[in-house]
Design a protein around this ligand. Structure first.
Ligand SMILES: Cc1cc2nc3c(=O)[nH]c(=O)nc-3n(C[C@H](O)[C@H](O)[C@H](O)COP(=O)(O)OP(=O)(O)OC[C@H]3O[C@@H](n4cnc5c(N)ncnc54)[C@H](O)[C@@H]3O)c2cc1C
Length: 446
């Protein structure tokens, strides 16, 4: 595929100017570029949560010989620039839809796996003592309009009664006491587990651990081509260096450009997600909306807003809807989001925005993630977290490692994760489909 979006969003040479980049030691670009031909048993392509977790597990749990290559620097992809919400489920589907498609038992297994995913991320943080500013002890979903309150209550009940998830329902007044006020708050529910992290610090901590465990990590090393030669693969890096490998892990998620492996092409709809961050709010501003929580919050409109108060009292606000991907469109989208944020929290009308950036999340026709192996090839994949990678990608990487070494076709995980999504019909029309979706749901939200 040629670039689906403007080339700016695929600029692997420059770090995205996110707030997270200002919170770490600028000295962290410590991985080398691959500059000579090498051989390995397993090559992992992509240095985000999926790739790093998979490589770490292969090296640590199975003593495998692993090389990981990343096109940008380690800390370039979505794993380093997301909002840091560890939330569930990794699906763009209603629970009713899940019951209908997979049945109740399988849906229960899916939720069980997603809770395991949350705990897996939390355990990595504590096992490796990764200092990544963990905040919060649950997630909130907020009703943006009185008409949403009933559906929020229903969702909380289903989570509790069907999946054994701890939930709590709050009226508008109750949530104003423990969460926040503002214009689009008509009650909420909470669920556990749920928390938030500084995503870049988490990623770098994980990469550091992978390196210590023996994974050879190369950054600024973009895979330009994959050739099959007998039973082996010849992977061409930056158009001039070769890696010979027996197995390949594709961990490129939303940044895959349909250019490496035909069986994996046209299966992802990359969607741009944007974030803005304010200057630190002062006490008076925070009080003006009774903003008392550091838990991650999802505003449950169709085109959702996600937000949270950071530890230095900056406010992070996220949304989707840019269809271009250039630096200019990112700027335009950030202005639009500033207006949206200030409509929801009108007392912050004079608060400046200090940072804005964006990246790609991967949506698929299956509306749930895919973890597996191509039938006739030693090519393994995990992608399509439907914007829930903090919860799902590290766990998926770990499961994928198990699949690679097990010689079995299937993992003991829910069917929701298994199998490739169908290819997108007329893939060149992907952005057109997305546009229709955005128009339809923004009308619904109005
Ligand atoms: C703005 C934004 C906000 C988000 N907020 C949240 C959130 O709050 N909570 C949540 O759970 N999820 C969130 N997500 C989604 C989450 O970040 C992703 O699901 C997750 O990071 C995916 O991890 P990954 O390792 O699979 O992919 P990535 O982290 O994107 O890593 C893929 C890597 O592959 C590399 N690559 C691509 N092509 C090649 C090539 N040819 N050669 C070598 N390397 C290549 C890329 O450079 C990239 O670094 C958000 C995403 C964005 C963009």
């Amino acid at each position: 595929m040629a670039n689906l979006y403007h080339k700016d969003i695929y600029n692997f040479d420059e770090p995205v100017k996110s707030y997270w980049e200002t919170t770490i030691d600028s000295n962290y670009y410590k991985y080398e570029k691959l500059n000579k031909n090498i051989q390995t048993n397993i090559l992992v392509i992509g240095g985000g949560y999926t790739g790093i977790s998979c490589a770490l597990s292969l090296a640590k749990d199975y003593s495998e010989d692993v090389v990981l290559v990343e096109a940008g620097h380690v800390g370039w992809g979505s794993s380093a620039r997301n909002a840091g919400f560890c939330c569930i489920p990794p699906a763009k589907m209603s629970v009713e839809g899940m019951f209908k498609k997979y049945g109740k038992e399988e849906t229960k297994k899916f939720f069980k796996n997603t809770i395991e995913g949350s705990n897996f991320t939390k355990n990595l943080i504590s096992e490796y003592k990764i200092d990544c500013d963990v905040t919060g002890d649950c997630n909130y979903e907020v009703a943006p309009h009185p008409s949403y309150y009933e559906s929020i209550k229903k969702e909380a009940d289903v989570y509790k009664n069907e999946f054994g998830i701890e939930t709590k329902i709050y009226s508008k007044e109750e949530f104003e006491e423990i969460g926040h006020g503002g214009e689009e708050q008509y009650g909420a529910f909470s669920y556990k587990p749920g928390f938030a992290i500084n995503p870049l610090k988490f990623l770098l901590g994980l990469a550091n651990q992978a390196k210590k465990t023996g994974v050879k990590i190369f950054q600024k090393s973009k895979v330009s081509k994959i050739e099959k030669i007998g039973d082996k693969y010849n992977i061409i890096i930056n158009n001039n260096i070769n890696i010979s490998a027996n197995k390949i892990v594709m961990a490129t998620n939303g940044f895959y450009k349909d250019d490496l492996f035909p069986q994996l092409n046209n299966r992802i709809l990359p969607v741009i997600s944007n974030i803005i961050i304010t200057r630190p709010l002062n006490e008076e501003e925070i009080k003006s909306h009774n903003y008392v929580t550091n838990n991650p919050v999802l505003n449950n409109r169709n085109l959702l807003f996600y937000y949270r108060l950071l530890k230095d009292n900056r406010f992070l606000f996220g949304a989707r809807g840019d269809l271009i991907g250039s630096e200019k469109s990112s700027e335009i989208k950030s202005k639009k989001m500033e207006k949206q944020m200030k409509k929801v929290f009108p007392n912050w009308k004079n608060v400046e925005i200090d940072y804005h950036w964006r990246g790609l999340v991967a949506v698929t026709t299956k509306f749930t993630p895919s973890i597996g192996k191509l039938e006739e090839d030693e090519i393994y994949y995990s992608f399509g977290y439907q914007a829930n990678g903090v919860n799902t990608a590290p766990w998926s990487g770990n499961k994928l490692a198990k699949l690679i070494v097990s010689n079995s076709k299937n993992l003991n995980i829910s069917k929701f994760f298994q199998g490739l999504p169908k290819t997108i019909p007329f893939p060149k029309l992907r952005l057109f489909y997305l546009k229709l979706y955005l128009i339809y749901y923004s009308l619904m939200d109005k």
